[in-house]
Design a protein around this ligand. Sequence first.
Ligand code: GLN
Length: 252
Amino acid sequence: MCRHLAFLGPPTPLATLISAPDHGLLRQSWSPRLQRNGTMNADGFGVGWYAADDPLPARYRRAVPMWTDQSFADVARVTSSGAVLAAVRSATTGTTPDEAAAAPYTSGKWLFSHNGRIDDWPRSAEDLAATLPPARLLALEARVDSALLWALVLHRLDSLDSAADALAHVVTAATAASTGRYNFLLTDGDTIAATTAGDTLFWRSDARGTVVASEPSDDDADWHEVPDRSLLVATPHAVDISPIHPAETEAP
Ligand code: GLN
């Protein structure tokens, strides 16, 4: 399924993170190395980033393959940020192909991405959808499993203390309701929270900052793989990984 990436660190050109690396997100859009499901990520892409002195992120999303968008190449060359979340999309069957379905999703300070799928969508998602207030369902930006999962995360962000708790709760609820894959990335520009549930995730942290990504963007030896069913919390200088414990993440 899709490939995604989050970054925290010193202001860095988007191109340095996304298009310049030998196996960065741009290359992963047509030739991912570790993708288990699907072969290409040509159904759109999105990049969200934070500018200095503005807590709300900017987004650039398109429904076309990243490699066809020369305007993005220009934007990425001249735009630097210290907090970025980006994704290239391989659309799940039966979901909308529009730009509105391309991650990252946003609300206020948050950026969110889902790498995976709810199997047998939309039938199997009825139980999950039923836990949401109707207003949140009506506010879904697109008809896609990831938008429903984002609504569930947002709903939990209202009641749980941390982004990590909200993600762990939704992974637990989703895996109980339906088989599927639930690798999430969530950031507010200061911290990254991520989950692994069915797909790959790697991280690297050094003087250039911290990157959390579906797969390494180069052959450096300092990429670390995250075990399945983990919760990762990252700052520009530190990464913490813990198992997702269903019992500890029940709703209050
Ligand atoms: N299910 C999501 C979508 O259709 C994510 C797909 C993916 O991870 N490839 O966009």
